[in-house]
Design a protein around this ligand. Structure first.
Ligand SMILES: CC(C)(COP(=O)(O)OP(=O)(O)OC[C@H]1O[C@@H](n2cnc3c(N)ncnc32)[C@H](O)[C@@H]1OP(=O)(O)O)[C@@H](O)C(=O)NCCC(=O)NCCS
Length: 186
């Protein structure tokens, strides 16, 4: 296990999570801002890529497990991306459609922000989001990220959302006590 929040656990993804993640990443409606929904083979390659990320960088997208049921309902985590010639740490997330709109992505992404600032010592984190992806933008905005640039990312217009450690909502809490209360780093 990497992180724990009030309602969620984030842990490394395993190949046995394939069926659960196919429901998340293969959903035509949820994945409408991606070139196409993932098929089984794409999910398998995606899992292998993130397992390589864990080995090489110590981070990657992690399985999002609902504590109440023990079921994988999505993923959230940290991925190093090459953006405009810079290495940037991105917070990413996907939630199963029937579990959306309950604040899970925001809760998990907030825990990842805490991890990036207070475990990895990063001075900022980003999220790359298509302008029309309103749910994803809302998640970023609720966690204090702001649009800093519009770029072509893999030939598609994207906003770079970012938050500096010094401006993070985590710092607005007294000595991180609120963040530490709701997020347990393991
Ligand atoms: C983006 C995503 C992870 C959000 O997951 P979630 O658990 O539903 O997120 P939350 O519940 O924490 O917050 C969603 C917010 O978006 C808002 N939202 C969702 N659909 C919306 C719409 N059509 N119009 C306006 N706001 C919308 C919700 O109201 C909520 O904001 P609020 O708390 O201010 O009301 C989920 O929609 C998803 O998996 N999308 C597909 C994958 C994806 O696009 N990932 C991001 C790539 S950049």
């Amino acid at each position: 296990m990497i992180l724990e929040t009030d309602r969620l656990l984030l842990r490394e993804i395993q190949i046995s999570d394939l069926d659960a993640l196919l429901i998340v990443l293969g959903d035509v409606e949820s994945m409408r801002y991606y070139p196409k929904p993932f098929d089984r083979e794409m999910v398998q390659k995606w899992i292998e890529r993130h397992r390589c990320n864990y080995a090489q960088h110590g981070v990657g997208l992690w399985a999002m497990v609902l504590k109440a049921t023990g079921k994988v309902i999505g993923d959230c985590g940290l991925v190093w991306q090459e953006v405009e010639g810079r290495k940037e740490l991105e917070i990413g997330y996907h939630v199963r459609r029937d579990q959306q709109m309950q604040g899970y992505a925001t809760e998990a992404a907030y825990a990842c922000q805490d991890y990036a600032f207070n475990v990895l010592g990063c001075d900022h984190v980003i999220s790359l989001i298509r302008p029309e992806n309103i749910p994803s933008r809302r998640v970023a905005e609720k966690n204090g990220l702001k649009v800093v640039q519009e770029i072509l990312w893999r030939d598609i217009p994207h906003y770079i959302y970012a938050v500096q450690r010094s401006e993070s909502k985590l710092l607005a809490t007294s000595n991180f006590s609120e963040a530490e209360k709701s997020t347990r780093r393991v």
